[in-house]
Design a protein around this ligand. Structure first.
Ligand SMILES: *Cc1c(COP(=O)(O)O)cnc(C)c1O
Length: 239
């Protein structure tokens, strides 16, 4: 039997340790010791609502999903959990933007103008989320043909488009570096994030790091790690 509470505790300890090892610590007096400087997104794709609820009851409130159909069903099933927050982290088809806008509080995988404009357009006043939709731009940092994401050169032009959308809040950048990606890829993401933060006061999120590269991501300024396997166990089908 998988013990989700234990797994969450282990991951949080690992994040804490990675922060300390890389000299990221909380300045005394600014934040309470409990304030995390790296938040944990639990990636629940392919996992049943019952396991998500277990994680919620163990104190985890932020969840990431990749597949819209599957996600929408679970979101409906778990609507009774008052503080649950859903993040969309998968590839986006532009004809699905309405459903994404209606169901999620965050989208990490915005990678083109059309998607940003459509998300904005669907956030009408009768949308259940009356707060703005939080947006990260996905950067294809390893330049993989198979992966979604913009190139480094496109970051600032797409950032401007998102920032101009009245129903979207530009929060930062997301990346999925290839397996064994060089340190330079992480350094580049950190540098882009720093530059973007200087231009846009709303930017505070570098969504970087998964079960296998969490330490490296935290060492390079990640503010949100997206962890699936280490919390919920291996996925039954490869995705
Ligand atoms: C599946 C997935 C994760 C979680 O990966 P694990 O290796 O299971 O921790 C994180 N981010 C994205 C975009 C994913 O698709």
């Amino acid at each position: 039997m998988i013990n989700i509470k234990d797994n969450l505790d282990k991951i949080k300890a690992q994040i804490q340790q990675a922060c300390q090892q890389s000299g990221r610590f909380i300045p005394l007096g600014e934040l309470s010791p409990q304030s995390p400087i790296v938040s944990l997104l639990a990636v629940s794709k392919t996992k049943p609502a019952s396991l998500i609820e277990q994680a919620y009851l163990a104190g985890q409130h932020e969840f990431g999903e990749n597949y819209l159909q599957e996600a929408v069903e679970k979101i409906a099933e778990l609507a009774h959990l008052p503080e649950i927050v859903w993040h969309f982290i998968g590839p986006i088809q532009s004809n699905k933007t309405k459903q994404i806008a209606n169901n999620f509080s965050w989208v990490h995988s915005v990678d083109r103008e059309k998607v940003a404009l459509r998300l904005n357009q669907h956030l009408t006043d009768d949308n259940p989320h009356n707060t703005p939709l939080n947006i990260c731009l996905q950067v294809n940092i390893s330049n993989e043909e198979s992966k979604s994401g913009i190139s480094i050169e496109q970051v600032f032009s797409l950032a401007k488009i998102v920032d101009n959308c009245d129903k979207l809040t530009l929060r930062g950048l997301m990346a999925v570096p290839e397996k064994n990606a060089p340190k330079a890829s992480y350094e580049k993401m950190q540098q882009l994030f720093t530059q973007l933060k200087e231009q846009y006061p709303s930017v505070d999120t570098l969504s970087l790091g998964m079960s296998s590269d969490l330490d490296n991501a935290v060492a390079h300024g990640s503010t949100m790690v997206r962890v699936g396997t280490a919390i919920f166990g291996a996925r039954e089908y490869k995705v």
